[in-house]
Design a protein around this ligand. Structure first.
Ligand SMILES: Cc1ncc(COP(=O)(O)O)c(C=O)c1O
Length: 383
């Protein structure tokens, strides 16, 4: 079955009692038992442990990523935290890519270390650096590609092979490209994480996350962390995400094509210093992006001449682009990572990883690309 068919149909059956084509929102805390002895008789007990609407979403993601099981969460961060809680223990060492979503950095830096897990942030685009960072107690390598916000690309197959040789788990955040453009399991990754808040749901309507696994033992440990910590997705969020995913490929194709046009426009603009977009031939990992993914995505990073001050003026001057955190929605968004999404990353580490003070991040939406460019052009003239 092709991806587009799966994005519409996987995980969803007409409701057996009413024939409703959409999975109902099972807005129920608890599920009645037939007897004391038939605990979980129909497969559900309490919605912190599992819920039929949430399960439909999990099944859709299993089909789209090509995993064996999945768990859905109250946010992308809750998904990441469940993986850490379920699979790490005090004394373990974790290698995390030096460019990841700022919240992932913050949790690793401030909480994993607090509970006795050693953390090293390493340039995951440098395969030798990843190999050199593996220690006898390394339990996990965590990557995100393309990375938020610099769009640095990690070679997932190369990192997976280093992890395989060392007996270390490779966990990858696939939020930016989604399974439509990139399927990390096919490149050897062990566990895939998503913030469903972004492209999967796609309409700025929900906060959610999902973890997809290949291995039943990982599923058991991660699902146990979810129920123990209460990190679950709500049925309403699952339902909205189920509907959003049905148009994923159409949105990704359109938004990525527009991102390419916007990146090319910026690259030629006199006011622009540099542009980061994996679709541009000048991107250092353009070739790699072409081999490991079938699209370049809808995220673009750039800096204007005049650095941070000029960047701020631009972000205040745009009208059609919304100055907001979040990404992956049908609305085009403009973000200043340093004061917004990556404020938790210390300046020296940020600068070393290329998250410069003047970096502007765009999430290209579904509007007419001509209008998006006209708005950017007019703002660039006024800085
Ligand atoms: C790549 C990536 N992963 C994870 C997250 C966290 O997701 P959430 O905001 O749903 O907790 C984000 C949020 O921006 C992100 O960009």
């Amino acid at each position: 079955m092709g991806f587009r068919t799966k994005q519409v149909h996987a995980g969803v059956e007409p409701d057996p009692t009413t024939g409703a084509i959409l999975t109902p929102i099972y807005q129920s805390t608890t599920f009645v038992q037939e007897s004391v002895d038939s605990y979980m008789g129909k497969g559900y007990s309490y919605s912190r442990a599992g819920n039929p609407t949430v399960r439909a979403l999990e099944e859709k993601l299993i089909a789209l990523e090509g995993g064996s099981d999945a768990t859905a969460y109250s946010s992308g961060m809750a998904a990441t935290v469940a993986v850490f809680l379920g699979l790490l223990e005090a004394g373990d060492h974790v290698v995390i890519a030096d460019v990841v979503y700022g919240g992932t950095y913050r949790f690793a830096d401030q909480f994993l270390t607090k509970f006795g897990v050693e953390v090293d942030f390493v340039d995951a685009a440098n395969i030798d650096a990843v190999r050199a960072a593996i220690m006898p107690n390394t339990a996990m390598v965590f990557t995100e590609t393309p990375a938020n916000p610099t769009l640095k690309v990690t070679d997932l197959a190369a990192v997976s092979s280093i992890c395989g040789e060392a007996g270390v788990l490779h966990v990858s955040d696939n939020t930016f490209l989604t399974p439509y453009f990139q399927r990390p399991f096919e490149l050897g990754t062990d566990i895939v994480i998503h913030s469903t808040t972004k492209f999967l749901e796609g309409h700025n309507a929900t906060i959610g996350g999902v973890v997809v696994v290949k291995d039943a033992e990982h599923q058991e440990k991660i699902a146990f962390a979810r129920i123990a910590a209460g990190l679950v997705m709500s049925p309403m969020v699952a339902w909205l995400t189920l509907q959003g995913i049905k148009t994923l490929s159409v949105r990704m194709d359109s938004q990525s094509a527009s991102a390419m046009t916007v990146a090319e426009f910026l690259q030629k603009h006199d006011a622009v210093d540099y542009v980061n977009y994996p679709g541009l031939a000048e991107h250092p990992q353009h070739q790699l992006s072409q081999t490991q993914a079938s699209g370049f995505g809808a995220m673009v990073g750039f800096e204007v001449h005049g650095g941070a001050e000029a960047g701020k003026k631009l972000m205040n001057a745009v009208e059609l682009w919304s100055l907001a955190e979040n990404l992956g929605s049908v609305e085009s968004l403009i973000t200043h990572p340093v004061t917004m999404t990556h404020a938790a990353v210390p300046r020296d580490e940020r600068m070393a990883a290329g998250i410069t003070d003047g970096l502007v991040r765009l999430s290209v939406g579904l509007e007419d690309v001509e209008d998006l460019i006209e708005d950017l052009d007019s703002a660039l003239r006024r800085i």
